[in-house]
Design a protein around this ligand. Sequence first.
Ligand code: NDP
Ligand code: MG
Ligand code: MG
Length: 340
Amino acid sequence: MAKVYYENEISKEVLQNKKIAVVGYGSQGHAHALNLKDSGYDVVIGIREGKSFDQAVQDGFEVYPVSEAVRAADVVMVLLPDERQPEVYKNEILPELTAGNALVFAHGFNVHYHQVVPPENVDVFLVAPKGPGHLVRRTYEAGEGVPALFAVYQDATGTARETALAYAEGIGAARAGVLETSFQEETETDLFGEQAVLCGGLTSLVKAGFETLTEAGYQPEVAYFECLHELKLIVDLMYEGGLEGMRYSISDTAQWGDFQSGPRIINGAVKESMKEVLNEVQNGVFAKNWILENQANRPVFHSVNEKEKNHPIEKVGRELREMMPFVKAKQKKEAVVSAN
Ligand code: NDP
Ligand code: MG
Ligand code: MG
């Protein structure tokens, strides 16, 4: 088992008297900035003008253009969308970094795949909460925290690891527990998880089930309830008690069906495909395609997105959710998925 770090074993000294620039004020940005401020740290925000800028001002921060915030800071946490980071880094962050600064991320993608190449004289580490920003903030305010991973990529000062732990403590993560990883492991497992299981695997499983039932003549409304709507109940049970906890709550018939049919659906061939997907994450092919897709203004992304919106499961779902206002209200609140 991995070693888990808690508050009492983390020294805060290394981060005290340092100025922290949080660059970006979205899901993660607002949560890191507010939690660090409430933990007593000196925080400024670096952001372009717009909605986030106004929000940060309203929340009482000193807000600057990115380059000015970086210039003033010792520790620079980059919480921009991953696809935007390389350009902002090159134009507004890199020119302002000085020896001994810390350059920090919440996801390893850009550093691991060399889209951001840090100078040798700065510390580089990541602190990645295992939850969306709004949960990071809400739990902090309740005296709790969301667990986080941390990893050191480059230790120029000799104190990168201590600084990473102090940062994780500052956002409240050490109340729940902080685990060490590497940029490689964090990046590759994150991409694999969202592709094979959380997002890609799940949406395709749901659609295949829905299509199988409707093609066999069953009503789309009933198929929607069985293959999509009821997932929430099952996932909540798994979240609370693992597979065993979920199976304890379902009927024995459902559990027997799980044992008999699950391995026939997600079979050896599926696992072989998962290995191919993992291989493309590891060898950089996935990253290269996504980077080029962004450079080309996302033609494939947009066309698949349009097609997906028109899938019959989406049409029937929109209608059914209108009948369930309780679902819609909750959906908005909890819409930010941690599959970042
Ligand atoms: P969001 O999309 O929520 O926020 C991005 C922020 O960057 C916004 O404030 C946006 O401001 C700002 N921004 C965008 N472009 C620019 C620009 N060119 N110059 C200056 N500011 C800009 O991002 P997330 O918080 O979701 O993600 C940030 C990082 O955290 C990513 O590395 C992600 O992988 C990681 N992460 C995310 C998690 C999550 O659950 N969301 C979980 C763990 C890690 P504006 O309003 O002007 O667009
Ligand atoms: Mg049933
Ligand atoms: Mg991700």
